[in-house]
Design a protein around this ligand. Structure first.
Ligand code: HEC
Ligand code: HEC
Length: 249
């Protein structure tokens, strides 16, 4: 569509703006030609991919930069990945399955995979620290989490933990109980986490839901950051670092 629309705009601009318009359009055309991975990114954004993936951080699924790195230079990488997205996949990155995407056309799959494979490894150390941990003292004992619960040197919770509290008590409390105390209709999520449920299992169930059991899917409604904030709040409650009620902020 963009390509077909271009010549007419081109002529209009030439007559209206003369050389200046021409230079501007020439620059735009070069910029557009250089970025031929853009349709793939747009198609991924229009689908559900970013509910579970981020470009450079592991969420429920692997970071797209990590996929690019793993498959770099492998013959047949593109068709392997197109098949994995279309038919669903499990086992390469862990035990959580990726759902199938039968609604995507072959052309869309090709564009998305071309974009993923074009990605470079993350530049900054900040995004490449999945193993980082934080220690909080609860009742005199150190507890380790994958995220900070309190702002450094204070008793005030971080912004994501507070946001997680707000979201939990707006959306999850109906079934899982206010302040994650447990409810009549759904499991006590503090107990789930204390009995070994991992962060990625929590995120995955929250995204995908268990519709047959009455647990709604939240993918598409919440961003991965929102779900992660809810996880952080629930985890902070589970280990006893945060009490019932509004956390100090
Ligand atoms: C409900 C969560 C979820 C959604 C939605 C999702 N993925 Fe995934 N994806 C995963 C998980 C989990 C894995 C790891 C599967 C494995 O270990 O093989 C994965 C793996 C992948 C891989 C690597 C496959 C391989 O063979 O190593 C690619 C590429 C990928 N996803 C792309 C996408 C794209 C593109 C979309 C959107 C059209 C998408 N994903 C939507 C969860 C998801
Ligand atoms: C309409 C009721 C309802 C709402 C609202 C709801 N859930 Fe659930 N949830 C359930 C039910 C029922 C189950 C148990 C499913 C099963 O039996 O496997 C469940 C299970 C879960 C589990 C798995 C627990 C375990 O031990 O297996 C997680 C994690 C979870 N919910 C997260 C959330 C989050 C996060 C929210 C808010 C964004 C939320 N739920 C909102 C009904 C709900």
């Amino acid at each position: 569509m963009i390509i077909r629309a271009l010549p007419r705009t081109f002529l209009l601009n030439l007559s209206a703006l003369g050389v200046m318009g021409f230079t501007l359009l020439a620059c735009m055309a070069v910029a557009m030609a250089a970025d031929d991975s853009a349709p793939g990114e747009a198609a991924a954004k229009a689908s559900d991919c970013f509910s579970c993936h981020s470009t450079d951080q592991k969420l429920v699924g692997p970071a797209f930069t990590a996929v690019a790195q793993k498959f770099a230079g492998q013959p047949g990488a593109a068709s392997t990945l197109e098949g994995a997205i279309k038919n669903g996949h499990v086992g390469t990155w862990g035990q959580i399955p990726m759902p199938a995407h039968p609604q995507l056309s072959d052309a869309q799959l090709q564009q998305i995979v071309a974009w993923i494979l074009s990605l470079k490894a993350p530049k900054s150390a900040a995004t490449a620290a999945p193993g980082q941990t934080y220690t909080t003292t609860v009742n005199g004992k150190p507890v380790t989490t994958s995220f900070p619960i309190f702002q450094p040197g204070t008793q005030k919770v971080t912004q994501p933990v507070f946001r997680g509290y707000e979201l939990f008590d707006s959306y999850c409390f109906r079934c899982h109980g206010s302040d994650a105390v447990g409810g009549e209709y759904a499991p006590n999520l503090r107990a789930s986490l204390n009995n070994g449920m991992t962060e990625s299992q929590f995120l995955s169930i929250a995204m995908e839901g268990r519709k047959a059991q009455g647990m709604p899917a939240w993918a598409g409604f919440f961003s991965p950051q929102d779900i992660d904030a809810i996880y952080q709040y629930t985890k902070a409650r589970a280990i006893g670092a945060v009490d019932t009620g509004t956390p100090p902020q």
